[in-house]
Design a protein around this ligand. Sequence first.
Ligand code: SER
Length: 263
Amino acid sequence: NKLDLNEIRTAFLDFYEERKHTRLKSFSLVPKDDASLFLINAGMAPLKAYFLGEKKMENNRAVSSQRCVRTQDIESVGKTDRHATYFEMLGDFSFGDYFKNEAIHWAFEFLTKVIGLEKDRLWITVYKDDEEAFRIWTEEMGIAPDHMFKLGKEDNFWELDQGPCGPCSEIHYDRGEKYGEGTSPLDNSDRFMEIWNLVFTQFDKKSDGTYEPLANPNIDTGMGLERIAVVVEDVANIFEVSTFRPLRDKIETLSGKKYGQSA
Ligand code: SER
């Protein structure tokens, strides 16, 4: 029996709570005490003070499903299967506690054991100099080296204008030929959907653009809830997942237009 979107959210929060993460409620979309952002655009955004060590959390671990708006995605909405303006981001966070090893092991365990994705359909990118992440994925998780890519800063380094940032590893899932062209995530089609970004946060980016190493490296992961629901529910796009359908039906009624009749 496949999980639906609401069940995936619960399973994720439970999984990390069992691993000693503090379960957080979603923060408001409106940032508090952060003049660098207009709207919250990632699970980590309301947690910056914890990443910087200014505030403390029990066990130095947290898990959340955070409401997000990404204004930079608006141009892609309606053109891809996976972009929305408003979405929820699932994330596990370590504030100077665990690092790469646990982050990768748990992500892999959640995807393959809890929600039942197939290991051989996972495709992974890592930052080009991150030999450690490459080794953990191939040797410990058993990902085939031909499902791995080492990419540069543009793809595998995550940062906002300011604040905690670092190299990252992105997890993609091959949804199969019926969902798009291409032979790997490098082809940027909707077949190989990016589902989860694991950021190995080890710098604090200053307003002048310099990177200051953090005393204790952190983990910041982000998985689009609607995207992982697309994969698990095996539907064509985010507008077809279980929780979106009632909204779509209402829009059909209000607009007098049927979904799917034309591009
Ligand atoms: N901050 C990273 C992202 O938004 C991971 O949570 O992708």
